[in-house]
Structure formats: C-alpha cells, structure tokens
Design a binder for this molecule. Structure first.
Ligand code: 13P
Length: 265
C-alpha cells in the first residue's frame, strides 16, 4: 500500500543519450502523453547541454528537470565540472548523485557524494542519492552492509530537516541495464531497511517523509509491482526513459496504482 504523505516520483535518467534536438522532440511528445498525470511527480534528467533550453519548453508543464551529476563548489578552477548554482539557473529541481556509473567509472566515493549532497541542498536542489550493491555483494550476503555504508557516508553531517528532503534511489548494480530487475519483494526489503536507517538521520517522522525509488531494468510491465510496495515511492528509470511510449506508460502505471489505492480510503 502506498504512503499518502509521499508523492510518487518517476525520474528518467537519460545518461549520455540524446542531442539537444533529440531531447526537444522527445519532450514535446512526452508533454502531450502525460498531460493528464497529476498524482505522480515526473522528472527527466537529460545531459547538461539540453537543460537550459528544455527548461523553456517545460515551463507550465507537469515535468520537472534534474541533472545527472554536479560538483560541490559554486564556481572555480574545476575544469569540466558544473556547479549547483549553474544547474539551478538552468531550471533544475533535482540532481542525481552517487549513481553507480559515477562510482564505478569515475571513482566517486561516499565522502564526495556527501559534499555534493550538502551543496545541492544549500542551493535548493533536491539530491536523488543512489545506493546499491554489486552482484558479488549480494551473492556474499552483503547487500545491507554495502547499502548501509553508502547511505551513512552520503548523509553524514546533514541536519535532520535537510535530510528529510533528499530522495534515495536503491539501484542494485546488477540490475542496471541488464533486463534483470530485482523482484519487488527484494526492493521492498532493502527499501524498508533504508527507511529504518534513515530514522537515525532524519528522525522517525522525517524518515517517513523521504521518498525511496527503485532503479534497475524498470519497464512498463514491472512498474506496478514495485509501486505497490509500501517503501517504494517511485522509480529511477534508465533505458525505458528514452522512449516516450515506455516512459509514459511507466508514469501512468504509477498514477493508476496510486489512484486505486486512494479509492480504498
Ligand atoms: P536501466 O533502467 O536502464 O536499468 O537503468 C537504471 C539506472 O541506472 C537509472 O539510474
């Protein structure tokens, strides 16, 4: 059953896909396809190059913008990096931090994710902090250990009021881009574990407010199972967020399940 105090969130992580013109074509169709969706928050996270102009196209719509990464200084000699202030000006409301591809290919660790999370919140951006175990960790029974370390490391030193504003995405690395999703029950188990840990950072009420997403091979036909879980409040979608039909079906599934649950009350 859904927790009604938490608005479901579906975020599309485009990774390094789509030129600016491809992004515009996509967004113009998506806007139409999801125009009636009210119960779910919709976010797209395109490459940096498309952010500013997409913000103009998305004005007045129900789709918000997020970035896929950022650095933690406002400005300075950090060649190739982008600051939270720049993202905010470009129209971002969200920023994905600590994605496993950042951790694996670019050596990002929890301490860096932590600095970025603090900088994002200071600037008014909502961080979507990603945690998740590798296949070897799961096979060794270390899922909770790994997730706990990443979560604690990413949130250390954040005041409870700020902490309750973050979004946490549980993305098991072995499920990303493999077509091998975790089961909804597995995701719920880890989600519940994360929520219990969050009590230490955000207090009991604060932890109840934090939205937890599942990510890893989400498709239109498996979304319903995940969103029905009490601790899963949405999805961080990779591959399926690149196609308007699939992405809008995923969003509509979330909205439909949410509406059905509300009718029960
Ligand atoms: P896929 O949906 O392609 O498995 O990617 C998930 C992901 O990494 C989202 O951040």
């Amino acid at each position: 059953m859904l927790q009604y105090s938490r608005q479901p969130l579906v975020a599309g992580n485009w990774k390094m896909n789509k030129t600016v013109s491809q992004a515009h074509t996509f967004v113009n169709s998506l806007k139409e396809a999801v125009a009636e969706v009210k119960n779910a928050e919709i976010v797209i996270c395109p490459p940096y190059t498309a952010l500013f102009s997409l913000n103009q196209v998305l004005k007045g719509s129900n789709i918000f913008l997020g970035a896929q990464n950022m650095y933690y200084y406002e400005k300075g000699a950090f060649t190739g990096e982008i600051s939270p202030l720049m993202l905010q000006e470009a129209g971002c409301r969200y920023v994905i931090l600590g994605h496993s591809e950042r951790r694996i290919y670019f050596g990002e660790e929890d301490t860096l994710v932590n600095l970025k999370a603090k900088a994002a919140l200071r600037t008014g951006l909502t961080p979507i902090i990603c945690v998740g175990e590798q296949l070897a960790d799961r096979e060794a029974g270390k899922t909770e250990e790994v997730v706990q370390k990443q979560l604690i490391g990413s949130l250390v030193g954040l005041e409870p009021e700020l902490c309750q504003m973050v979004v946490i995405a549980y993305e098991p690395v072995w499920a990303i881009g493999t077509g091998q999703n975790a089961t909804a029950i597995e995701a719920q188990e880890v989600g519940n574990f994360i929520r219990k840990l969050l009590v230490n950072n955000a207090g009991k009420k604060g932890a109840e407010k934090i939205r937890l997403l599942y990510g890893g091979s989400i498709k239109p036909d498996n979304m319903a199972d995940f969103i029905k879980q009490p601790d899963i409040d949405g999805a961080l979608v990779g591959g399926a967020s690149l196609e308007v039909t699939d992405f809008s079906l995923i969003i509509k599934t979330v909205q439909e399940v949410e509406s059905k649950c509300q009718q029960l009350f």
